[in-house]
Ligand binder design. Structure first.
Ligand SMILES: [Zn+2]
Length: 114
């Protein structure tokens, strides 16, 4: 049966036993790391996964990435961090001025292989 105090499995000596002996007591409650920033870290991780998915099919216009990020509830700051973490490159394609656009691409692409 399970000890009422510490939750460990034990064999009771008497039918009235509800705790093991010697009982070490309840297990310590795991403390959160003091420097943990679960919210912001999670945001960044999520953005990295998201951004990878967006660019995995090929380069995407920077404006389009930002628009989609907004729709996915990813802040611009988080998006930029994810971009940096993934080493995503901004590449100018097309012509000058309105003829060209900035696209984002993953570093594995654009090595001249295609
Ligand atoms: Zn116990």
């Amino acid at each position: 049966m399970k000890c009422a105090k510490c939750g460990r499995e034990f064999v009771p000596w008497r039918p009235s036993d509800t705790t093991c002996w010697p009982c070490p007591g309840p297990p310590p409650v795991p403390e959160l790391p003091p420097r943990a920033e679960p919210a912001s870290l999670g945001q960044r991780e999520r953005a990295i996964v998201w951004l990878t998915a967006q660019l995995t099919d090929g380069p995407l216009e920077a404006n389009e990435v930002e628009r989609r990020a907004k729709a996915a509830n990813i802040s611009l700051t988080t998006l930029k961090r994810a971009k940096k973490a993934l080493d995503v490159r901004s590449v100018r394609v097309g012509g000058l001025g309105n003829c060209g656009v900035w696209v984002w691409q993953l570093p594995s692409e654009g090595n001249g292989a295609r």
